[in-house]
Write a protein that binds this ligand. Structure first.
Ligand SMILES: Cc1cc2nc3c(=O)[nH]c(=O)nc-3n(C[C@H](O)[C@H](O)[C@H](O)COP(=O)(O)OP(=O)(O)OC[C@H]3O[C@@H](n4cnc5c(N)ncnc54)[C@H](O)[C@@H]3O)c2cc1C
Length: 331
């Protein structure tokens, strides 16, 4: 095995996902410590031009698998290309964003190359001996485990979006582009993508959003979610909900945050009228900053919150929206 770091650079709607830049930024530091280079893998159709951006964010080399057969994600095709690249280049470390796609792809690749995977990590790095280490939440976020790998190589991890910072790009830096021969026969692909349907709106998915405004049973009814949407709009945030709000039919299950909903890790999570049940915390406790608006000062959410407002959300949320609008107008 070599001492290079390989990053799977996920593309959506013709753009590299931010989490890939987060992986490149951390991967660069690790490659420098290991004395190896940093490579990225781009997969899709018509994606070669994106290699330039990956170079600016630190990739020394970009493997481009550009083929019509990779236009839509299928686990068979993507896992085969990725596994073939790993077998041919023998990186020491392979990194993925723990997105919906990354969580599907990474264990399949790990199985194909017969190595372990640290999934859904909140931190990664190298220890003093240059050994790869990862931190991941366990037991619905109640505990964190620091883990290292045994002798299986490469060391693979998927890391939650927004868990790591992005280093500034160097626009003068160019990566070597290596075109990958995509040798995939129809027999290799057991699924067919018939249609890709977009959910309404341009906001990022909850799992990748940097700012989330969520509402719970304290919203009192679906009509009051307009207040949450207005606040989300001024912040460029995505709207989330507790299970109580979803079960009441006020929001769709797509919006549910928690143990049986989505696990999110934004920079800012604003919980409005949410009590902070353990099953809700399981989905959002790794958020960088948590703000709670609740009229009950004893609500458990305040034990997790960095900032709290004890008052009626129907009064507080519109004021927050107006104040943020004013601040934005003042620049
Ligand atoms: C197996 C299992 C899985 C689960 N999975 C999930 C999950 O994925 N996600 C999830 O969220 N839950 C989940 N739950 C449910 C969870 O236990 C809670 O019931 C749920 O999170 C409660 O939602 P809530 O906080 O919106 O409602 P409540 O607990 O009823 O809290 C409402 C809060 O709103 C406040 N409030 C009321 N009116 C106002 C007002 N006008 N202004 C300000 N504050 C106000 C109240 O003080 C209260 O704190 C799960 C439960 C089980 C058993």
């Amino acid at each position: 095995m070599g001492n290079s770091v390989l990053v799977f650079a996920e593309v959506k709607d013709g753009r590299v996902k931010k989490v890939a830049l987060e992986m490149l930024s951390e991967g660069k530091k690790m490659a420098e410590k290991l004395g190896g280079d940093l490579s990225a893998v781009l997969m899709g159709s018509g994606i070669e031009s994106l290699a330039e951006q990956l170079g600016q964010y630190g990739a020394d080399k970009v493997y481009v698998a550009d083929n019509e057969v990779l236009k839509d994600y299928t686990c068979d095709a993507y896992a085969k290309v990725m596994a073939d690249l790993i077998k041919a280049n023998e990186p020491a470390i392979v990194l993925y964003g723990a997105t919906i796609l990354g969580k599907d792809l990474s264990p399949r690749v790990a199985a194909r190359v017969e190595t372990g995977l640290a999934s859904d990590c909140t931190d990664i790095g190298l220890d003093d001996d240059g050994k790869f280490t990862a931190t991941r939440p366990m037991f619905a976020g109640k505990a964190y485990v620091d883990l290292s790998f045994t002798d299986s190589k490469p060391n693979m991890a998927s890391v939650r979006p927004n868990a790591l910072p992005v280093s500034p790009p160097d626009e003068s830096k160019k990566a070597e582009v290596v075109k990958v021969d995509v040798n995939i026969s129809p027999d290799d692909i057991r699924t067919t993508v018939k249609e890709v349907m977009k959910t309404a709106g341009e906001k990022p998915d909850l799992t990748e959003a940097e700012v989330i405004v969520s509402g719970g049973r304290g919203m009192k009814g679906p009509e009051n979610f307009k207040l949450i949407e207005d606040l989300a709009d001024v912040l460029g945030a995505t709207v989330g909900a507790s299970r109580a709000a979803v079960d009441a039919g006020w929001r769709t299950v797509d919006d549910q945050v928690g143990q049986t909903g989505k696990v999110v890790s934004p920079n800012l999570y604003i919980a409005c009228g949410i009590s902070g049940a353990i099953q809700h915390l399981a989905g959002m406790s790794t958020s960088k900053y948590i703000v709670a608006v609740n009229k009950d000062s004893e609500a458990p959410i305040f034990q997790k919150a960095d900032y709290g407002i004890v008052d009626d959300l129907l009064k507080v949320v519109p004021v927050l929206t107006e104040e943020i609008k004013k601040l934005k107008a003042e620049g």
